[in-house]
Design a protein around this ligand. Structure first.
Ligand code: ZN
Length: 240
């Protein structure tokens, strides 16, 4: 799930923590692994490996990705769109490693067609809002906060009879849910070759999704204006 021949010019530290704060996450070169949830009698080495792989992917792909971007300065609008959409790429790919370990309840949410359509509408609405604003960085902040603030709303709406406590950590966000499906659908319908292509040509992700699109997929066909904004925001040196 990585472009070929990536070598890091630094070593990656893994820091194990037990503070149950923010889960596992990375900086440019460090991984913070949350061990609460693993430090139990039935320590699951496969699940642990998959979470570590997810986080390692952020570091390797993040290093490679940063080197593909043109060095010119971005306008506020370009930066705002880039910041809004970039997490879908990173979490979408890395989630391919961790999805299989999610609970049945979380998988039910991931595969709820109405939920995915609602998240998709929310994404396209936000992207257009940012693109059409004269204060795009401010609008980006607001739209980005909405993603994280609406997690509880979606949980209650799509699991009205209650949910397991652990499900909150995987509550619906367009970043993880749409990101996961974009890459997974391309892998399922287009195979490994097409997936490899979008890993290296991240600016083509949405147009490649539309090429393999069929009505059984949960994410709707992506409108042309969104495909164009995506492509412009992620112009990369590999594709040019
Ligand atoms: Zn992640």
């Amino acid at each position: 799930m990585l472009p070929k021949h990536i070598t890091l010019p630094f070593t990656t530290d893994v820091i194990f923590k037990l503070d149950n704060n923010k889960g596992s996450f990375t900086t440019d070169s460090q991984i913070f692994m949350e061990m609460i949830g693993f430090a139990t009698d039935d320590f699951n080495i496969d699940r642990f490996t998959n979470v570590l792989t997810h986080e390692l992917h952020h570091i390797y792909y993040g290093y490679w990705f940063a080197n593909q971007l043109p060095s010119k300065n971005m306008s506020d609008k370009e930066e705002a769109l880039f910041n809004y959409m970039r997490p879908l790429i990173f979490e979408g790919i890395a989630d391919q490693f961790t999805y299989k370990d999610y609970s049945e309840e979380v998988k039910l949410l991931y595969n709820d067609r109405l939920l995915i359509e609602e998240l998709f509408t929310s994404m396209t609405t936000s992207v257009r809002k940012i693109a059409n604003s004269n204060e795009s960085l401010k609008i980006y902040e607001e739209e980005n906060n909405k993603i994280w603030d609406s997690r509880m709303f979606y949980l209650k709406k799509y699991l009205p009879d209650g949910y397991e406590e652990s499900t909150f950590n995987y509550a619906p966000t367009l970043v993880y849910y749409l990101g996961y499906h974009l890459y997974n659908s391309i892998l399922q319908k287009g195979g490994k070759a097409r997936l490899d292509f979008v890993l290296e040509n991240f600016d083509c992700l949405l147009e490649e999704y539309n090429k393999i699109y069929s009505t059984d997929l949960l994410i709707p066909k992506i409108p042309d204006d969104i495909v164009k904004l995506w492509k412009e925001s992620f112009k990369n040196t590999t594709s040019n």
